[in-house]
Design a protein around this ligand. Structure first.
Ligand SMILES: C[S@@+](CC[C@H](N)C(=O)[O-])C[C@H]1O[C@@H](n2cnc3c(N)ncnc32)[C@H](O)[C@@H]1O
Length: 332
């Protein structure tokens, strides 16, 4: 039962009315928690000791945005690092209405996308903005369904008309901002990648770890991603700082830079296509240098998962000869 009848407190003192209101709210909270199980499929709501909620995959134990509140991490790692607010602005003389395209790889409970949508909505209140098209990839929608059921209590960032439309119709178009849209590609990322309706400008790559989602961190996967960029300037942001993953991105043809820290990780990773990084000095990110090559050489995890042993020699050559490190040599 949900308590709604505030008016029935009309005949009591303000102090009693306050106590009753608080009691009513608490009862409603408990009722709604009772009504909505905290588990759906392979996912459950996880409440950190710090008090914020995230979604945990039961089979692997992996928690989405585990050490930082989901929206905080989404803003810091993805939205702010990719300079989204600045990229969205257009000058009054700018005649391009070409949309900025974000590939959200691993939709999960949609924290990264909602952080991007909030950024768009806030920026659009102050300036004229470019159209923004978000393309989300996801093979299991239960995490979003579960988080949405608990949006009032645990995931307030989902109190928005976008997530529900995405789940029911596979797409959402903002009524207030006709140039803001979001579509879902449901299925295995490496299979649906070729169905994407537009190539990316930014990629938010937020897959589970190599232990759980090994296929998404292989050299073959990074090559597919690189090909999907079609020679354009694209920046990819990801939470990993694994040496093997960075080596895989380099071998696939990306330039690789250090990303800011996140939770317990001192660094994360940014990958750029050559068109996004014409010269190292023009790159606004801190590219890995030859010092990193030394670390890679000593590492026990030199190669991305599932790289066959017979490919190790050619892989190693690719890393050592990568223009990112050769350019540095020329600059010495
Ligand atoms: C770390 S979570 C993403 C968190 C999300 N970005 C957020 O902001 O809440 C990784 C997500 O990738 C999805 N995933 C795993 N393997 C996939 C695959 N092969 N294709 C598409 N999605 C996949 C998982 O189901 C999970 O929802």
């Amino acid at each position: 039962m949900q308590w709604r009848h505030r008016n029935c407190f009309n005949n009591v003192t303000p102090k009693t009315s306050n106590v009753l209101l608080q009691l009513m709210r608490r009862t409603n909270e408990l009722e709604s928690t009772k009504e909505q199980p905290r588990i759906l499929g392979d996912y459950e709501v996880h409440v950190a000791w710090e008090g914020f909620a995230s979604i945990r995959q039961i089979s692997s134990g992996e928690i989405m945005h585990s050490r930082t509140p989901p929206m905080e991490e989404a803003r810091q790692l993805y939205v702010e690092q990719s300079n989204l607010a600045k990229r969205l602005k257009v000058s009054p003389t700018d005649d391009t209405r070409k949309p900025l395209v974000i590939w959200d790889v691993g939709l999960g409970a949609a924290a990264n996308v909602m952080a991007a949508i909030h950024c768009y909505e806030e920026t659009a209140q102050r300036k004229s903005v470019r159209p923004l098209k978000i393309i989300s990839f996801e093979n299991d929608l239960d995490s979003l369904r579960l988080a949405l059921r608990h949006s009032n209590n645990f995931f307030p960032y989902l109190c928005h008309d976008g997530p529900d439309a995405l789940l029911t119709k596979g797409a959402w178009q903002s009524q207030k901002h006709p140039d803001l849209s979001w579509v879902l590609l449901h299925g295995n990322f490496l299979e649906t990648i070729s169905n994407a309706p537009a190539r990316p400008d930014l990629i938010y790559y937020d897959m589970f770890s190599t232990k759980t989602s090994g296929e998404q961190w292989t050299l073959a996967a990074f090559r597919k991603l690189f090909e999907a960029c079609e020679g354009h300037g694209v920046e990819l942001y990801t939470y990993t700082c694994s040496t093997a993953n960075r080596a895989g991105l380099l071998a696939a043809g990306f330039y690789v830079a250090r990303g800011r820290n996140a939770g317990e990780k001192l660094e994360t990773t940014i990958a750029l296509t050559p068109a996004a990084c014409p010269t190292p000095s023009s790159c606004r990110h801190e590219l890995l240098t030859r010092d990193w090559l030394g670390k890679w050489n000593r590492s026990r995890a030199k190669f991305p998962s599932e790289t066959p042993v017979e490919q190790h020699v050619s892989f190693e050559r690719k890393i050592r000869m990568h223009p990112q490190f050769r350019l540095e040599e020329h600059n010495l």
